[in-house]
Write a protein that binds this ligand. Structure first.
Ligand SMILES: Cc1cc2nc3c(=O)[nH]c(=O)nc-3n(C[C@H](O)[C@H](O)[C@H](O)COP(=O)(O)OP(=O)(O)OC[C@H]3O[C@@H](n4cnc5c(N)ncnc54)[C@H](O)[C@@H]3O)c2cc1C
Length: 291
């Protein structure tokens, strides 16, 4: 059999998504089917993001480059294609992707397809969240969160309106799985390190909440570890609210499912416009769709 005939006989497997799932699937398939399977991985970026380190990127504890690895370095025997997956025709066994700076549409024929596009955050399910919440899923989110927190400190340091200051210094993180807990802790750390340079803000003016619908934080962890983590967060001045969800968000407060409304500590004037920002992290409303 000629080399060409051999390669014609190879099964073509495409792996959609270059996160943990896609990278490990592509690696395993390439190893198991060496010589018989041709593997191609498609991801919208040419790098793998180590999501558990995103909170540290947001706080500035590490650089962005420390949280990513080039996919071509991870997958030396797999064809990598930087492209956005737009759709799949399961009947015709073709994926439709857009690639290049002009986002040219291309059809990729396959024998087998692995779907590993991860999850997305559906902010639309809670009224007001899309307008008032940030998400924490990729590097852009981490940078936006950092910029937002620093921006709040900048304005809070110079504003003469007490209500505005209180709103700027109130932060709410929704969802206390891994990402929520890591995010709230790193936000606290970012603020702790920054505060010495903001002479008009004292530590007791900072208000941070972590809200979790389940009866306790870190539901996938053993209970004693979750209790320990809760205590550590509380020691840092973070208010941990469990067994309660978020119902809606406005520029001045977050309504909870138990009827309470989280607003800055003291009463705020309706004229105050500075937004409270909540950070929607993985937890209750990830949906099974591509991010
Ligand atoms: C901030 C944060 C902290 C976390 N901490 C922990 C932790 O400490 N421990 C733990 O076990 N888990 C943690 N997790 C969860 C863990 O990171 C996820 O479970 C894991 O990343 C899921 O892997 P995945 O491959 O399914 O999806 P993803 O890692 O999301 O990968 C999906 C990939 O597909 C790409 N993609 C999506 N749509 C398209 C498209 N249309 N076209 C092309 N490419 C596309 C995405 O860019 C991404 O590269 C954390 C998550 C976050 C966000």
């Amino acid at each position: 059999m000629t080399g060409k005939e051999k390669s014609d006989k190879k099964k073509k497997v495409i792996v959609l998504g270059g996160g943990f799932g896609g990278v490990f699937a592509a690696k395993s398939l390439e190893k198991l089917g060496r010589g018989m399977v041709e593997v191609e991985l498609i991801n919208n970026n040419n790098y793998f993001v180590f999501q558990p380190l995103l909170a540290e990127v947001a706080s500035g504890s590490i650089n962005s480059s420390d949280a990513v690895v080039p996919l071509r370095q991870l997958l030396t025997r797999v064809q990598v294609r930087q492209a956005r997956v737009m759709g799949i025709d399961f009947e015709k066994k073709k994926a439709i992707v857009m690639q290049g700076s002009r986002m040219t549409p291309v059809e990729l024929a396959y024998d087998e397809v692995v779907l590993a596009l991860g999850t997305g955050v559906d902010l639309g399910r809670i009224p007001g969240m899309a307008d008032h919440a940030l998400t924490m899923k990729d590097l852009t989110d981490a940078h936006m969160l950092r910029t937002h927190v620093i921006g709040c400190l900048e304005t809070a340091d110079v504003t003469t309106e007490r209500a505005v200051k209180e709103q700027l210094l109130t932060f709410i993180v929704v969802g206390a799985g891994f990402s929520g807990v890591e995010t709230v802790a790193e936000m606290r750390e970012l603020i702790r390190r920054a505060l010495p340079y903001y002479h008009n803000i004292s530590v007791d003016e900072i208000r941070m909440y972590l809200i979790e619908y389940a009866p306790r934080i870190l539901p996938t962890f053993p209970a004693d570890l979750a209790t320990y983590a809760t205590q550590q967060l509380r020691n840092q001045g973070i208010e941990v609210l469990t067994g309660v969800g978020t119902k809606s968000a406005t520029s001045t407060g977050v309504a909870l499912t138990n009827g309470a409304i989280l607003t800055p500590r003291r009463s705020w004037r309706p004229s105050a416009t500075a937004p409270i920002r909540s950070c929607r992290c993985s937890g209750s409303i990830f949906i099974g769709a591509a991010s």
